[in-house]
Design a protein around this ligand. Structure first.
Ligand SMILES: [Zn+2]
Length: 245
């Protein structure tokens, strides 16, 4: 689905356009190369390809997949895109080992399966190659610019991407920040409320138009309202509203 001139959503379990375990998968087109944010879980990736082609876009132009973090629903499909199209796969340097050789236990998939989020036979596909990202790294594809913002909290390797091309200015937040100020705090190793307090204020400096989270509602304007809501909630004594609640 085309969301605005350069931006498409090409996968999402919640919106029913790809496998039900897929996070929201976004594609940004520069007119020449294309980049994708997150890859889905890796089951039925051909549905994502069909969605790309249905927009009249050639998946061979996919230059890179930028992963927000190494959880099953976001990163399990990376190996498919790397093998099929030779696409560069970028992930936080913190998560490179997980993506290349992490077990289902280490990436948190076993905990998620025990919680009933994924079927018991779900399995993470490791990727053969990955390029490491660190905070403030910048990338350029034609007129598109992308900057990496490391925001620990949901997981130690979670990053956000500030992307601009043409009139589009968006913040891709993965599971770090969802709409309405919801944060991605989990009761799981690596997820930390203190990290959210320490790192989320970095987004105060990122007043983008669009907020593109890995789950739930996205918005094409006034992203900053959602950022501020989360930051305000983190100042209160009560634990802020989190995903899965
Ligand atoms: Zn996650």
């Amino acid at each position: 689905m085309r969301l605005c001139e350069n931006l498409y959503i090409v996968g999402s379990g919640e919106y029913g356009i790809s496998h039900r375990y897929d996070c929201s998968i976004y594609l940004v087109d520069t007119g020449d190369e294309m980049i994708m944010v997150d890859s889905g879980c890796g089951i039925e990736p051909e549905r994502i390809i069909r969605n790309i082609e249905a927009e009249g876009l050639d998946p061979q132009r996919l230059a890179a997949v930028f992963l927000t973090h190494c959880h099953y629903d976001h990163a399990g499909g990376a190996s498919f895109f790397h093998k099929e199209f030779g696409t560069d796969i970028y992930v936080s340097s913190v998560d490179v080992d997980l993506l290349l050789s992490g077990t289902d236990e280490r990436i948190g998939l076993c905990t998620a399966k025990r919680s009933g989020i994924f079927d018991s036979d779900s399995h993470f596909s490791n990727c053969e190659e990955a390029k490491p990202l660190k905070d403030s790294d910048c990338f350029t594809y034609g007129d598109l610019s992308l900057r990496v913002i490391s925001v620990r909290g949901h997981s130690p390797g979670s990053v956000c991407f500030r992307v601009s091309v043409g009139d589009f200015d968006g913040l891709f937040t993965g599971d770090t920040l969802l709409a309405d100020g919801t944060i991605g705090l989990l009761n799981m190793d690596g997820s930390s409320l203190k990290d959210f307090r320490d790192y989320l204020p970095k987004l105060e400096n990122e007043p983008s138009d669009a907020l593109l989270p890995g789950h739930g509602v996205f918005t094409l304007s006034n992203a900053y309202d959602h950022i501020v809501k989360a930051l305000e909630a983190l100042k209160n004594l009560a634990v802020p509203r989190s995903m899965l609640e």
